[in-house]
Design a protein around this ligand. Sequence first.
Ligand SMILES: Cc1cc2nc3c(=O)[nH]c(=O)nc-3n(C[C@H](O)[C@H](O)[C@H](O)COP(=O)(O)OP(=O)(O)OC[C@H]3O[C@@H](n4cnc5c(N)ncnc54)[C@H](O)[C@@H]3O)c2cc1C
Length: 477
Amino acid sequence: MFDIAIIGGGVIGGMLARQLSRYQLSVCLLEKESDVAMGATKANSGIVHGGYDPEPGTLKAKLNAEGVQKLYDVADEIHAPYRKNGSFVCAFGTPEEEATVRALYERGLVNGIKGLEILTGDEARALEPALSDKVSLVLHVTNAGIVCPYELTLAAIGNAMDNGVALKVEFAVSAIERTQKGFAVIAESGARVEAAYVVNCAGAYADRIAAMVGDDFFTIIPRAGEYMLLDKNEGARVSHTIFQVPSAEGKGVLVSPTVDGNLLTGPTAVKVGAPDHTETTPAGLETVARLAAKSVPSVNFRQVITSFSGVRASEKRGDFIIEPARSVQGMLHVAAIDSPGLTSCVAIADYAIELLREMGLATVEKADFNPVRENPHAFREMSDEEKDAYIKAHPAYGKIVCRCETVSEGEIRDAIRRNPPARDIDGVKRRTRSGMGRCQGGFCMPYVMRLIAEENGVAMERVTKKGADSYQLIGKL
Ligand SMILES: Cc1cc2nc3c(=O)[nH]c(=O)nc-3n(C[C@H](O)[C@H](O)[C@H](O)COP(=O)(O)OP(=O)(O)OC[C@H]3O[C@@H](n4cnc5c(N)ncnc54)[C@H](O)[C@@H]3O)c2cc1C
């Protein structure tokens, strides 16, 4: 019996688990996929939004404003890479767009955001030479940044597990029953977890989880966003994140560097039927290319190395829904966490804990809580001399597995052993970047498979790309 079961191992469930792990509580994180960070958290823009965009008075405005610094602070503790690169919101010469830039500036002040300034097009181009000469007015948001969303989530969950949180993957919740002491959370497989409190962090599936206890007061509207990611030789095309003025459809197509040094363009915003929609389309990608070129005409789309799509868990009210269940006591919904959910994740987790306290949860701090997670990329950051010395003591670090991203065998073995352990090829990829480069795993995949097989003591035929039956080998010739 756990004190709390969290449904959903995205950035919200993961950060909640991490923030709860500082208390004397038994916490279990339940995730339906073979790894964490597999929903919206895997496929988004990775922007730490400054907080000028949400309507004042909404939960989004409050938690975005509180969330930026909280995110940077936690990211420092758990060694999740981020960069405060600042963002631009651009108007392209029309009086309406320029009025929107000024209105966003005013809204940002109302939301309590510091570090906002308005720049003329020329002032902005002095900072960002590749910006289109059609850009006439810019909101410069100096506290905005970029973060790798899945690394942040892996780091939060790793730190939570190091502090005692239990993680159960391939636990697809299919029913929730009341028991005398709380809830029984039941998986499709028949597995069962009992807990006094349940928190619903199921992203685009949150309304389905709510329906399991009879709540139907919100409905998730899945909205997909398609992206194109460009090679690192385009990564320095811009240093700021470049937005266009937002529309009713969202924050529009951006051009941004990523923390790993690539260039990201996208997303579109299209309503889709399924919460697990991952398709990209020729029309969507053409829209991304056209709108990205409007802001930064020199982007070289011949350097695209992959495309992907993520689903926003939107809701008709347009705000986060963080409130107790209405049909049962002891359950909390943390739902409709679309953008700026990543930015707000620590503030959302802290707010959810406040609500759990109001619902009766006792939170007593642990004396031995360790907020720090060891830096998994310490080797990457060493000088050549330091690497040389380290390799002498740890030879596996001298064997390069992924040549595009220079990832060693030692780093991959660590990723398979460290919390939360990588169990499949994509799990290794998200933790180490092996397979993320120009060749997209063409060269390193067999080597990675051998390491996963060795570390887990299984045959290579049993190694999957992303859980379930995604086997890569069918037998020996
Ligand atoms: C295109 C796009 C761009 C975005 N850009 C930004 C941005 O730049 N900045 C920003 O701040 N925010 C951004 N966001 C929003 C941000 O990505 C989300 O707010 C955040 O990832 C939501 O995290 P989550 O944990 O709520 O959801 P998810 O990451 O979707 O996690 C939910 C988890 O629940 C699991 N689950 C579902 N059903 C079950 C079940 N029955 N049993 C067990 N587990 C289950 C899923 O597998 C999933 O892992 C963007 C979102 C999208 C889609």
